[in-house]
Design a protein around this ligand. Structure first.
Ligand code: C2E
Ligand code: MG
Ligand code: MG
Ligand code: MG
Length: 294
């Protein structure tokens, strides 16, 4: 039909021209399409652990884009693109929706009760209606706010476009969502905001973990952050823990939670569940029992 011809026509010429002119624009239109279809986007989950017992201490949702032609694209590459081209609100909504649905599924199938942490971008906090969006998801999926944590980077909180993020963050914290500062120590050299803002947790950036235990400077920084956090009643998560030696250092220094390849890589849900069932036979039985009665 004429309609089909027309579509083929535009498919053949327009994107090809865009791509030649500007590969980024082609990627933006691909991302727009991915948001419509939904099936190229994935959330992977990376577990967090108590470093001495190995016990599960939380889970971070990490966004992935499986591009049909270019393969896996890292969030570090497409999230800035989404922000620049007005797609971040929609992408953020997709992540919140997907993570809440997954958390609800886990809660209903007898998986351990743990917080699923979501990364929140600057634009979601500045422009979006985050509070009501999150409240809507909680209601729809019958979740408690403690089951969904929000990770924000220092640069988000201190971005001057934002004006005062205090009230915005306080509203979320008052709703009961745990708040973590991501990439702590890399953003901005001010500690004053920790006093003003309702923060529950800091995530020590992996830049400070990488050269542990050899680096004296990093050892000192990590210990100082742990001491400060303890004095303020904040939890600390060490990011990017890759080796046994790093983990042991963090145990000795009194760090409560670690996240990194040493314990687990970010995994797709089926892989994660398989690991769970394998590592915790007691839980596996509980989970199977829950499934067979539902
Ligand atoms: P992030 O929130 O600091 O996430 C941690 C990053 O470190 C992840 O990279 C994770 O895969 C990686 N990582 C974890 N353990 C290790 C380790 O032991 N060694 C090393 N070398 N890396 C480790 P990823 O998934 O590429 O994400 C990069 C960043 O993209 C995230 O940093 C976060 O800022 C952003 N991001 C990811 N998903 C989302 C999302 O859904 N929304 C928003 N707004 N940002 C997201
Ligand atoms: Mg994060
Ligand atoms: Mg981080
Ligand atoms: Mg980081």
């Amino acid at each position: 039909s004429a309609k089909r011809l027309g579509r083929n026509h535009s498919l053949r010429f327009r994107p090809a021209l865009d791509k030649q002119d500007n590969p980024q624009l082609a990627l933006v239109s691909d991302l727009r399409a991915a948001l419509v279809s939904g099936d190229q986007l994935e959330l992977h989950y990376q577990t967090q652990h108590n470093p001495s017992s190995g016990e599960l201490a939380g889970m971070e949702a990490l966004l992935r884009w499986r591009h049909p032609r270019d393969g896996m694209i890292s969030p570090g590459d497409f999230i800035p693109l989404a922000e620049r081209h007005g797609l971040m609100a929609e992408l953020g909504t997709w992540v919140i929706e997907k993570a809440c649905a997954q958390q609800a599924h886990w809660q209903n199938s007898g998986m351990p009760n743990t917080t699923v942490w979501i990364n929140i971008s600057a634009l979601q906090l500045f422009q979006g209606d985050l509070e009501s969006q999150l409240a809507g998801c909680l209601k729809r999926y019958r979740l408690r706010p403690a089951q969904i944590g929000l990770e924000l980077t220092e640069s988000v909180l201190l971005d001057e476009r934002a004006g005062d993020m205090g009230p915005r963050l306080k509203a979320l914290s008052d709703q009961g969502f745990p708040i973590a500062i991501d990439d702590f120590g890399t953003g901005y050299s001010s500690l004053g905001y920790l006093k003003r803002l309702p923060v529950d947790k800091v995530k020590l950036d992996r830049a400070f973990i990488r050269e542990l235990p050899e680096s004296q400077a990093d050892s000192a920084i990590v210990k100082a952050v742990l001491a400060m956090a303890e004095g303020m009643g904040l939890d600390v998560v060490a990011e990017g823990v890759e080796t046994k030696e790093q983990c042991q250092f963090l145990v000795d220094a009194g760090c409560g939670i670690v996240q990194g390849f040493y314990f687990a890589r970010p995994l797709l849900v089926p892989e994660l569940e398989a690991q769970w069932l394998r590592d915790s036979p007691g839980r596996a039985e509980a989970s199977l029992a829950a499934q067979s009665t539902s």
